[in-house]
Design a protein around this ligand. Sequence first.
Ligand code: FE2
Ligand code: FE2
Length: 382
Amino acid sequence: MAKMGNNFFSISFDLIAIDCAIPYDLYVNSSANENKEKYVRIFPVNDSVTSEELKVFKKKYFQLYVHESQREQYLKSLLHCSNVPDSKKSEIIKDSAIHYLDKLFDKDKVFTTEILSETLQGCKTTVESMVDVIKDYDVSKLQSLIATLSFHDFYTYDHSINVSMYCIALYSAARPNAPKEEIVLAGLGGLLHDIGKVKISTDIINNPDKLTEEEFDVIKKHPDYGYNLLVENSCSCEGVDFEVIKRIVHEHHENFNGTGYPSKLAGVDIHLLARVTAIADFFDAITTKRSYHDVLPTEDAIAVMSKSVGKKLDPELFEIFTTSVKQLVLTGKINKELPEDFDPCQPQNVLPFRIPKPSFKVEGFGDKEKERAFGKIKKKVG
Ligand SMILES: [Fe+2]
Ligand SMILES: [Fe+2]
């Protein structure tokens, strides 16, 4: 589904619900000139479309079109198409998410509260559709689904959408009886968590090389930038608690042990959904295939992340996360960790792994466990 001029977007013929009233107008581009657009409505809203009728149009036209103002209605109706597989639905939902993220990350745009609220409403509808498709997915199933989706050349878009999906899966696992609005809030927080990067030069946010200290200091401002953007525009969106979204945006780089930024919050002082986002953020950064670094197999990713439990990550939530990864076999072969200031929101050419240092304990305390984890323990002498 590509973005088109004249505020129309294209859809393929196999993504139309057959023999039932469609809640949007359907158009074709009847211009004979490839570079020109002349949209003609072939079915009005609430009309029913038969497969025979579609076949006739398919012979003549390459694609169908829907007006941008009816994107929400199109997304909702797509969810009811039982003949469309989840991977295809997710691709379209992702496309819709990119459409809205693109509006949010448009550097030339002067934000008004109205434009921002309208775009955020679109983000919310997109996340609602996402929740409908993946609500019963565990992390493993989600990982396979994400692997089928196409990539955007702007890292932040793919990353934000993946984080949103993992937030939905983790929060649903942590709160199995949570109402849909809460799950949507978790997904929306994940989608918007890096919104503050709109204020940072793309040369820095797209740079997969090791950043200079100055550049990293700039990056570290994005939670504050994002928070201020939402506060200054007094964003609102029906059914969404923006106080929570603001906290997710502001607190997703806080570490569980209080060493994060910008406020050095620790433990449960960090909002639950910001702690959920931190796990989703970390997991996506080291497992999702992209052109930068090699990704880790799930088992190794969990092993690497487990080294950050209690430091960067909330132990209880991480436990829930790992139980949502099916058939997890930890071989114990990988003994690497990522530093506490590892930034999962940045593209990275090389993941900055290091070998964890064993901490030496006084003789007689926990040596058995230490021996299992690190081999022979040096005993303190004297
Ligand atoms: Fe991130
Ligand atoms: Fe971030």
